[in-house]
Design a protein around this ligand. Sequence first.
Ligand code: NAP
Length: 248
Amino acid sequence: MVETNKICLITGASSGIGKYIAHEMVHRGWQVIAIARRKNKLDELGEVLGKERLIPMVCDVSKFDQVKKVSTEIKNKDLYPTLFFLNAGDGDEENDKGLDWELHKRIFDVNYFGTISWVNQWLALLKEKEGGIFVATSSIQSLRGMPGAAAYGASKSALNHCFESLDAVYYKDNIRFLLIYPGPVDTAMLKTDKPLPCTWKPKKAAKYIVREVLKGSTKIKFPLFWVILMKVVNLLPNKLYLRIFRMK
Ligand SMILES: NC(=O)c1ccc[n+]([C@@H]2O[C@H](COP(=O)([O-])OP(=O)(O)OC[C@H]3O[C@@H](n4cnc5c(N)ncnc54)[C@H](OP(=O)(O)O)[C@@H]3O)[C@@H](O)[C@H]2O)c1
């Protein structure tokens, strides 16, 4: 059903992984509703991919009233997406100078509430029709608490729990909730002093994500090196884990 409708919505489509997911979906014959705050970047993408294939819509996903307004506009245009790549994300450096309330709030507003707001707006319609797929971009960093990623890791971890729970509930209605767990991808979000091993380019990540989503994979993790590393980290006893990761 999802494949017959061929309209998808992508948040965070103005750059990085989301931009290349838009490329991939248009090349596969889908019409893309592209969501982000930077209008100029969305317009540039529209020029490249064709205005009839890519519909740009400006929206700050951290503002529920904007998600609501844009969702209503899409419905009023008689567009009915059945596949939602909820990919917009925010991450920032955290330090050890105290818990930054504003940072936690901002990151949760984008990464968690800026994802589930779309589910809130579209779930009833998908249920009424023939189903659909929500895909959330989590992170490999959500799998265990890491130094410097308290807010980011927690926001993505919350998303994992939420989507796992919703997938179990709405499976019967043919509505799926899939999770993507990227390791390092070379985008503006990746802020590191030194290059990390096995970092993927966003185009490669997007191709992999789209292929796996259309196959129906529930949990999509990459690159393999980081997947294996995180498996090992998860197996570490807590005492050893803390000894390795405690900051000096
Ligand atoms: N790069 C990595 O290593 C990595 C690893 C794991 C997970 N991820 C996740 O992958 C996703 C995509 O990130 P990326 O790596 O492609 O980074 P990116 O190039 O910085 O893309 C982030 C996207 O999110 C959008 N965005 C941010 N805040 C928004 C808001 N309030 N409202 C609407 N859109 C907003 C940005 O668009 P505007 O600024 O135009 O609004 C941009 O299109 C994120 O969820 C990120 O957490 C990335």
